[in-house]
Write a protein that binds this ligand. Structure first.
Ligand code: BGC
Length: 385
C-alpha cells in the first residue's frame, strides 16, 4: 500500500477567558528551518507538485502544512517562558509519511473519518463496500484516503492556505465526485481555523476532520496523562470491541468519560471499566452539548501545567473523538529524532459520529447534489495565567 503511494466561523473565537496572549512585541524568531523543510518536502508525486507552506502570526505562532494529505507538520507556540514549542507530532521529511506505518499524523481525513462497520453501507438502495483497513471495519477513508492524496494548492498567503481535492466517483469505494476545499487560517488572536467545504454530484457520505496529534509539553515528550482536559459533552458513544458505537449515546456522568469539568487525562485512563477496555484507554466519540446541530460551540480545553500551554477547540461539528494515543508504541521516530511512545499525544478530532451511515439515529452524514457541506473547527492557543 505504502509503495503505491510513492507512485502514485464566521468565528471570532474569544481568546481564553483565563489566558493571556503571548507577548506580541517580542522579536519574531522562527523555530522552523524553512529551507531544510522545503528541501525535504519539495517533490513531485504522481505528477503532482508537493511542497510545504508556512503560516505565521505576530505572536510567534507558526504552522507548517504540506499539501501531501493536507498535513499539519509543525505547530509552534510560545510556552509560559516564551520558549517556542512545537506541539504536534510529525516528520521532518515527506519520505517518512510515505514509508512509515500510517498514524495519520496531522492529516486531513476523508471521505469518511473514523469507522464504518464492516466497511459497508447502504445508500439509495445500493450497497457500497469499502476496504476494511481496521480489523473488520473501514477507517479514515481507506488506505488511499485524503491523508494520502496530493491536494491542489489554490492560494497561499502568510496566514492562509487554501487546498482543494477532487475525490473521484468510486474512489476508495465511495459514490460521487466529491469536490473538497479546506482553508487553514492562522489569526493574530492565535486561532488556527480549519474550514471545510464539499459538494458532490451524486448522493454520498462525508465526515471530514483533521488528525493532529498534540502534546502540549512539546512533541516528543513522553506522556500526555499530566494534561488537564475538559470536554463539553454530557454524552458519549459506548462502543464494541472494534470501536463501533453501540446504539444511542449514553451519559458520561459517573463514568471515566466525564470530562465536563477539568480532569487529568491520566486520572481514570486505566479504570476498571468495560468501555476503557474496549478503547484501550480513550478512543471514543463525545457528543457535544449543543442547542442545534450546526451551532458553533466550544468543544474542549486542554492545559499542560508544565509549559502553561492551553489549547481550546471550537467547532460546528456535532461531536469530537478523543483518542489518547493508545496505539503509539515508541516505534515511530518523529521530528528531531524523537520517539513517540505510548500515550505521548492525544487527538481531538471534530466530526460526526462513527458509523453514521449505518446508524439511523445519528445525525446524517449524507451529502446530496446541490448541497454544500460547510464545517469549521478552530484551535486556539495561549498560556494560562
Ligand atoms: C482512531 C484510533 C486510531 C487513530 C489512528 C483515531 O481516530 O479513533 O482508533 O488508532 O485514529 O489511526
Amino acid at each position: 500500500m505504502k509503495k503505491s503511494i510513492l507512485f502514485a466561523v464566521m468565528v471570532s473565537a474569544l481568546l481564553f477567558t483565563h489566558c493571556t496572549n503571548p507577548s506580541s512585541n517580542t522579536k519574531s524568531t522562527s523555530m522552523l528551518d524553512s529551507a531544510a523543510l522545503q528541501k525535504a518536502y519539495d517533490t513531485v508525486l504522481s505528477g503532482k507538485k508537493v511542497g510545504i507552506y508556512f503560516l505565521r502570526n505576530t505572536n510567534q505562532v507558526e504552522v507548517a502544512i504540506t499539501n501531501f494529505g493536507g498535513r499539519i507538520v509543525a505547530l509552534v507556540v510560545p510556552d509560559k517562558q516564551n520558549k517556542p514549542t512545537d506541539i504536534v507530532l510529525g516528520y521532518n521529511q515527506l519520505s517518512d509519511y510515505l514509508t512509515k506505518p500510517e498514524a495519520y499524523f496531522g492529516a486531513l481525513i476523508g471521505r469518511y473519518g473514523n469507522r464504518i462497520a464492516k466497511g459497508q453501507f447502504r445508500l439509495n438502495d445500493s450497497l457500497y463496500q469499502l476496504a476494511t483497513n481496521n480489523g473488520p471495519n473501514a477507517l479514515h477513508g481507506g488506505p488511499m484516503g485524503f491523508h494520502n492524496q496530493v491536494w491542489n494548492v489554490e492560494r497561499v498567503h502568510s496566514n492562509e492556505l487554501v487546498l482543494s481535492y477532487l475525490s473521484k466517483d468510486g474512489e476508495e469505494g465511495y459514490p460521487g465526485n466529491l469536490q473538497v476545499q479546506v482553508t487553514y487560517t492562522l489569526t493574530d488572536s492565535n486561532e488556527l481555523k480549519i474550514n471545510y467545504q464539499a459538494t458532490t454530484d451524486k448522493a454520498t457520505v462525508v465526515n471530514l476532520t483533521n488528525h493532529a496529534y498534540f502534546n502540549l509539553n512539546g512533541q516528543g515528550n513522553p506522556s500526555i496523562t499530566d494534561h488537564e482536559l475538559t470536554i463539553l459533552a454530557t454524552q458519549y458513544s459506548s462502543v464494541d470491541s472494534t470501536l463501533i458505537p453501540i446504539g444511542a449515546p449514553v451519559p458520561v456522568k459517573g463514568t471515566p468519560f466525564d470530562f465536563t469539568t477539568a480532569k487529568l487525562i491520566g486520572k481514570d485512563i486505566a479504570a476498571d471499566d468495560a468501555q476503557i477496555k474496549n478503547g484501550l484507554g480513550y478512543d471514543h466519540n463525545f457528543v457535544l452539548d449543543k442547542k442545534t446541530l450546526n451551532d458553533y460551540v466550544k468543544a474542549a480545553i486542554v492545559y499542560a501545567p508544565s509549559t502553561g500551554i492551553q489549547m481550546e477547540v471550537f467547532t460546528t461539528e456535532p461531536a469530537i473523538q478523543f483518542y489518547s494515543g493508545n496505539f503509539l508504541d515508541g516505534s515511530l521516530i518523529g521530528k528531531n529524532n524523537q520517539k513517540y511512545p505510548y500515550r505521548s499525544a492525544f487527538c481531538l478530532e471534530t466530526q460526526h459520529y462513527p458509523d453514521s451511515p449505518n446508524q439511523s439515529v445519528f445525525p446524517s452524514t449524507q451529502l446530496l447534489p446541490g448541497q454544500t457541506l460547510q464545517s469549521t473547527t478552530v484551535y486556539t492557543f495561549g498560556v494560562k495565567k
